[in-house]
Design a protein around this ligand. Structure first.
Ligand code: NIG
Ligand code: FE
Length: 402
């Protein structure tokens, strides 16, 4: 047992369902990678053998932030598409003329593993500078067995390289690669075969797909989900981003951990998600960057009791941001979440969206993942646009270099 005391904190635990509150003069006692005790310093048991002590200087301490939806592993950038869209071209027009996901696939296939790792590690460092301790990373810019493996391997190595907990998601059903033009069903067959192999190699924590008329149909997604179910892998879905394709209803039938995007989610989708306990992962940065106008049905989701999470969706095409705090701000200004809902959406509900119950709150027995902020009130996490208020970050009990 090695006990570390982090004292002189103002704690926002997010434990329980009470409205958030701040515990002044708080302390966290960490045993290895777990929180052994949390509370007012004056209530700390006397006579403990403490091995190391840190003064947090009165900083606000929250659970480490969790980014539950990113596409962090890729090469290149797509600023020229941004310019085309500003001139009026649509996301799908650009994709159909060879840009879009396929252009990032070409750049990613051409990059070596070391190059992909260096680029993704630099991105992860930026997420960490903004308080992230757990990040989900999707494949989906490789689209061959070899290249999907490379991207998932990079994701696995990232966590070790940068002291973060990385959860990998297999998203080979992201786009149809050019070598399968006109043969989408054959491609789905390949996606299912590769899943077996990559799962044997322990590279997959969850399976995702892109359900849209311009990507994959519900019938094709169902084949991917059937295979995931056979392998015992949880699923999630890019659903109802540009149209209501019935993706959320389908995903709920497979007890999806989450359905993500959801701007075009209908009533039946909301009800199905409520029944299955799937989390709604809102991605306001993509909504903003694509200059969309249709809002996700936040009120209906709230009324149905669906948990709301907020993530960056970091990717080079639709969400080139590495600040989860910016996504929290946008979730409030664009989607109408309260700052408290937004913060719960990047902590406790984000954890659920990844099937994790050992983090996202500050409670005894949970992982010692926390962020110390130079802020007075937790609402400021959704209030400031930019800046760098994160002072210290601790992941699994260990300080993260920032
Ligand atoms: O989540 N929707 C699909 N995937 C990404 C976009 C990927 C890209 O354009 O490169 C998203 O928005
Ligand atoms: Fe995405």
């Amino acid at each position: 047992m090695r006990l570390t005391l982090w004292r002189n904190a103002r704690l926002v635990t997010l434990a329980g369902t009470e409205p958030w509150s701040v515990i002044d003069h708080g302390a966290l006692l960490v045993d290895g990678d777990r929180l052994q005790w949390i509370g007012r310093e004056s209530d700390l048991k006397a006579g403990l053998q403490i091995d190391a002590e840190h003064d947090l200087g009165g900083a606000l301490v929250t659970p480490g932030l969790i980014d539950a939806h990113t596409h962090l592993v890729y090469a290149g950038q797509r600023a020229s598409e941004f310019e085309l869209r500003l001139q009026g071209a649509s996301y799908w027009q650009i994709a159909q003329s060879g840009g879009g996901i396929r252009s990032t696939v070409a750049a990613t296939r051409a990059a070596g593993e070391a190059q992909l790792l260096a680029a993704a590690a630099a991105r992860l460092a930026q997420l960490q500078a903004d308080g992230v301790t757990t990040v989900e990373v999707k494949s989906g810019y490789g689209l061959t067995l070899e290249h999907e493996r490379r991207c998932l391997n990079v994701a696995r190595r990232l966590g070790l390289e940068r002291r973060a907990d990385v959860r990998t998601t297999y998203l080979a059903a992201h786009a149809l690669p050019p070598e399968f033009d006109g043969r989408a069903d054959d491609y789905i067959g390949a996606v299912c075969r590769w899943m077996v192999q990559l799962n044997q190699e322990r590279l997959i924590d969850a399976v995702d797909a892109y359900c849209e008329p311009n990507a994959f149909s519900p019938v094709q997604v169902a084949r991917v989900f059937e295979q995931a179910q056979r392998l015992g892998l949880p699923v999630k879905l890019h659903a109802e981003q540009f149209s209501d394709s019935g993706g959320a209803v389908l995903a709920a039938g497979y007890r999806a951990l989450s359905c993500d995007h959801l701007e075009h989610l209908g009533r039946d989708g909301v009800a199905a998600m409520a029944r299955s306990g799937s989390v709604a992962v809102l991605l306001p940065a993509a909504f903003y960057f694509l200059r969309e106008s249709r809002l996700p049905p936040v009120d209906a989701l709230r009324r149905a009791g669906v948990a709301l999470a907020v993530a960056t969706d970091h990717n080079p095409g639709t969400a080139p941001t590495l600040s989860l705090r910016l996504a929290l701000n946008m979730a409030c200004t664009l989607f109408g979440l309260t700052p408290e809902e937004a913060l719960r959406g990047a902590t406790v509900h984000a954890a659920r969206a990844l099937g994790l119950f050992d983090r996202g709150r500050l409670s005894e027995g949970l992982r010692a993942d926390f962020a110390a902020w130079d802020l007075e009130h937790p609402a400021e996490l959704a209030y400031w646009i930019g800046g760098s208020p994160c002072r210290r970050l601790v992941c699994a009990g260990m300080p993260v270099e920032q």
